[in-house]
Design a protein around this ligand. Structure first.
Ligand SMILES: Cc1ncc(COP(=O)(O)O)c(C=O)c1O
Length: 384
């Protein structure tokens, strides 16, 4: 007999609630409703033209085979160069492993450092998949609350109290999804001082608007840095990401990667080389536009009575505490979508602490953001 009991060991692995909102929004759009999407962290810009040019050339020479499992040497050289030029940290190309998107690398990094039964420290809220992948790896997530009153900065004193003999890694993300907060240098330094390996999700590192972009590697060598091309390069669907580990951990990382993936797509890796070499000006323009929107969103939200109460300075998100605490964030997002046609992400997607919040993504045109905020304010669903 075929039954769901067969897969019940995965029952604790949750879905992305933003996807539920997106699916409903798609259905509504198919019925002719005017929908504005602010629920996803996906740049509304096209990938740099250099990427498409590179793929055309790759196709002419049939660059579509397996590659060295850690990734093309040319790409790993460019990544090492980027880390030195943009974040001031020296790494060797041998420390880099490339794969199809950074999501798999989050899982790989946990498997690498945290054996089943051990503990991994996460923040609450955090990116929706972190808790799930720690569980998938058989480890236990230990959640440290990020408080609104602290501007969502990490309280490292509280974190220290939660370290046990079973703690094998700390997973952080700065600039952060869903709050858009960049952790302060003091927070980073005191994490480094703990002498516990840190998995640093640096996918938004280049989208830091008030400080220079930074890697946790400049605070500690005991780091797995994870980065990719989805956000700053606007290449979500290209599926290209990489991780940087100490040399001592690379053999195990590469063995895992070979077994799970063999290698990343060759022509996409070649496109990665191309954009790293040629597309900085284009990407910096996108970044400037994100910053313009950030400033506009914060100003408009305050004018419309939806003050987030803190200033996000990175990524492209605002986390907003709505006044009506009688509604769950998921119910509220459904109601907002039905009544206004604006799709936003429920805070619950990002952990228990996210309940009572919604996340707005400003990876949307200024015109759509403006229209969406006016509709949200007019609906009075997010104001007191
Ligand atoms: C914090 C964070 N890490 C990783 C990812 C996934 O990136 P990729 O497209 O490289 O898998 C996302 C995507 O939204 C994210 O927000």
């Amino acid at each position: 007999m075929i039954s769901t009991a067969q897969t019940s060991h995965l029952d604790s692995i949750g879905t992305f609630l933003a996807m539920e909102i997106f699916t409903k929004a798609q259905k509504m759009a198919a019925q002719g409703r005017d929908i504005i999407h602010l629920e996803f962290g996906e740049p509304d810009f096209s990938a740099p033209l250099d990427a498409a040019d590179s793929v055309r050339k790759s196709m002419e020479k049939n660059s579509a085979g397996y590659t060295f499992s850690q990734g093309l040497e040319g790409l790993r050289n460019e990544i090492a160069k980027k880390y030195e030029e943009d974040y001031g940290v020296k790494i060797l190309p041998e420390q880099v492993l490339v794969t199809n998107g950074s999501s798999l690398l989050l899982y790989l990094a946990i498997r690498l450092l945290a054996p089943p039964g051990s503990q991994v420290i996460l923040t609450d809220p955090c990116y929706a998949c972190y808790e799930n992948i720690v569980r998938l790896a058989g480890a236990e997530p230990v959640l440290i609350k990020l408080r609104y009153e602290d501007g969502f900065q990490l309280d490292t004193d509280e974190l220290k109290k939660r370290v046990t003999a079973k703690t094998k890694a700390i997973l952080i993300n700065s600039p952060m999804n869903p709050t858009g907060v960049v952790f302060s240098s003091e927070v980073m330094q005191s994490l480094a001082d703990l002498d516990i390996p840190v998995i640093s999700d640096e996918i938004y590192a280049d989208l830091s608007f008030e400080d220079s972009p930074r890697s946790f590697l400049s605070f500690s060598k005991q780091t797995i840095a994870i980065n990719g091309f989805s956000k700053y390069f606007a290449m979500t669907g290209w599926r290209l990401g990489y991780m940087i580990t100490p040399k001592e951990w690379m053999s195990a990382a590469d063995r895992l990667h070979q077994n799970l993936m063999i290698s990343a797509t060759e022509f996409v890796q070649e496109a990665g080389i191309s954009v790293l070499q040629k597309s900085k000006v284009y990407c910096e323009k996108m970044k400037a536009e994100f910053n313009r929107r950030r400033i506009f969103v914060l100003k408009r939200m305050r004018e419309l009575g939806m003050d987030p109460g803190y200033t996000p300075t990175g990524a492209f998100y605002v986390f907003y505490k709505y006044p009506d605490s009688s509604k769950t964030s998921l119910d509220l997002c459904h109601e907002v979508l039905e009544k206004t046609g604006v799709a936003i992400a429920p805070g619950r997607d990002f952990g228990a602490m996210g309940e009572g919040y919604i996340r707005l993504s400003y990876a949307q045109s200024m015109e759509n953001i403006d229209r969406a905020l006016t509709k949200l304010a007019d609906s009075k669903l997010l104001t007191s």
